[in-house]
Write a protein that binds this ligand. Structure first.
Ligand SMILES: Nc1ncnc2c1ncn2[C@@H]1O[C@H](COP(=O)(O)OP(=O)(O)OP(=O)(O)O)[C@@H](O)[C@H]1O
Ligand SMILES: [Mg+2]
Length: 448
């Protein structure tokens, strides 16, 4: 299929000349007198736009900005002799190149070959990347690292076998994502219900899970089904199970063993078919040792235990996650955003205390921040760059004391995140005393 070129030029003579010349070269050509006329025809499948800089209506410069915001189309600017400054401005706004009237056919041909050749290559690279990405997405979950591939395999093997699943890992590693995957592959007909055990007080959680009869407590104006019933023949995810009170732990144990529940305010038992997945970022074995979590419940809930390693221990997933987010942005907005090698290098080295959730947030933010269509070092947040030992430039305009303070604060914040805010454990990681940790937390006003 020959390439598709759009010409926007108000000078009839130049327009005819270009159209004939390009058609003669075998391209498919459409030409228009103004950007307004052309705009409906421009899309990502346009291979090249040749546009005069001075046009009736929206001028070529503003049109360049508008097109570049929406589409990934190379633009060649035509300018009159003596207005080179404008042409340079157009390039700043994303045009690929320019040529000066009068147009020399040979010069034009060479330029077309170069621009279209680059575009073809870029498309090929994109297609390859897309294929590569597809290879590493398993039912919507991204994973290229051996650890994630292993998890996918395990989920495939266990799904639908009726075993309870415990999923553990740091915040943002994708515990809920994997829980969804287990449900999806289990082909259970019922709903996928997530209940957060940390965000609501005990008595509310109890009524939420078990349901109640009218008049069971003040405010129970009518009967209500509990989440266990709603998840009948489906999956219930008990999120942050480590936060559940001893009282509810005991009640839960009964539910999973007997597969039956009672509404609050009723003694009538009801049979339910539930599949329980629990998630936590705590180490439940420690909670058991400290007497905070029932061991019998732990065994009952963890017939299968899936541990998702933190992102920093499976760096192969960083690149595919980035590609995945960039592809989603393209699908949502039509904008093609890429990332520079420098920026990617920094991402690969970063410690990712917030794991995949943090990565997704950072890429989305950077894609909004970046001026052109490439995310560079400058588009990454400062604290992020500061962590990098080689990014001296971040500090270069500060005094030594200020720079050290920034570094110190960032390291403390990251360490605290890793250990869910425990100052004692963070102090250990950083090799300082608890006292000096406490002092610094105060000094930098760090919220714990
Ligand atoms: N492997 C992955 N592929 C695609 N998206 C992912 C992946 N891992 C995490 N995410 C995304 O990152 C975000 C956080 O994931 P999720 O909610 O599953 O984490 P979590 O481990 O449950 O975190 P928390 O402990 O804070 O509840 C979500 O938007 C999720 O879609
Ligand atoms: Mg979660």
């Amino acid at each position: 299929m020959s390439e598709r070129i759009i010409i926007v030029e108000d000078d009839q003579g130049v327009r005819f000349f270009l159209e004939e010349a390009l058609k003669g070269e075998g391209y498919r050509v459409d030409s228009f007198e103004s950007y307004e006329d052309a705009s409906k025809s421009i899309s990502n499948s346009t291979d090249l736009l040749i546009m005069d800089i001075s046009l009736p209506g929206l001028d070529g410069l503003s049109a360049t900005t508008e097109i570049k915001n929406k589409f990934d189309v190379p633009i060649l600017i035509i300018t009159a002799y003596g207005t080179k400054k404008n042409a340079l401005e157009a390039i700043k706004r994303g045009a690929t190149d320019f040529f000066v009237k009068p147009i020399l056919l040979d010069e034009l041909k060479v330029m077309l070959k170069r621009v279209l050749g680059t575009r073809r290559l870029k498309k090929e690279v994109e297609e390859l990347r897309e294929k590569e990405l597809e290879n590493h997405i398993f039912h919507g979950v991204v994973g290229k690292s051996p650890q994630m591939k292993e998890i996918f395999k395990e989920v495939e093997k266990i799904a639908g076998k009726g075993l309870s699943v415990l999923i553990t890992g740091e915040t943002g590693v994708g515990k809920e994502e994997i829980a969804k995957l287990v449900h999806l592959l289990s082909k259970r007909k019922g709903e996928f219900i997530v209940v957060n055990c940390a965000s609501i007080p005990d008595n509310l959680l109890e009524s939420e899970l078990f349901g109640y009869e009218k008049g069971a407590f003040t405010g129970a104006v009518q009967q209500k089904a509990g989440k266990f019933e709603v998840a009948h023949r489906g999956t219930i995810v008990l999120d942050e199970i480590g936060e559940m009170s001893p009282y509810l732990q005991a009640k839960l144990l009964r539910v999973v063993e007997k597969q039956e529940i009672e509404h609050l305010g009723s003694t009538k038992t009801k049979k339910v078919d539930i599949h329980v997945i629990s998630t936590t970022n705590r180490v439940l074995e420690n909670e058991i040792r400290e007497g905070k979590f029932r061991e019998d419940l732990f065994f009952r809930l963890s017939q299968i235990h899936i541990q998702i390693p933190p992102l920093r221990e499976r760096r192969a997933d960083v690149t595919v996650l980035v590609d995945y987010v960039l592809r989603n942005i393209e699908q949502e907005t039509g904008r093609v955003v890429m990332i520079s090698d420098d920026a990617m290098g920094l991402l690969m080295d970063y410690s990712w205390p917030g794991n995949a959730r943090e990565l997704i947030g950072i890429i989305r933010r950077a894609s909004v921040m970046c001026d052109g269509d490439v995310i560079g070092l400058d588009d990454l947040p400062l604290h992020f760059r500061a962590e990098h030992p080689l990014s001296g430039s971040v500090y270069s305009d500060q005094s030594l004391d200020d720079a050290i303070s920034v570094l110190e604060k960032n390291m403390i914040v990251d360490a605290l995140k890793k250990v869910q805010g425990s100052q004692a454990r963070a102090a250990k990681i950083l090799g300082i005393s608890e006292r000096s940790m406490w002092y610094r937390v105060k000094k930098y006003e760090i919220e714990t």
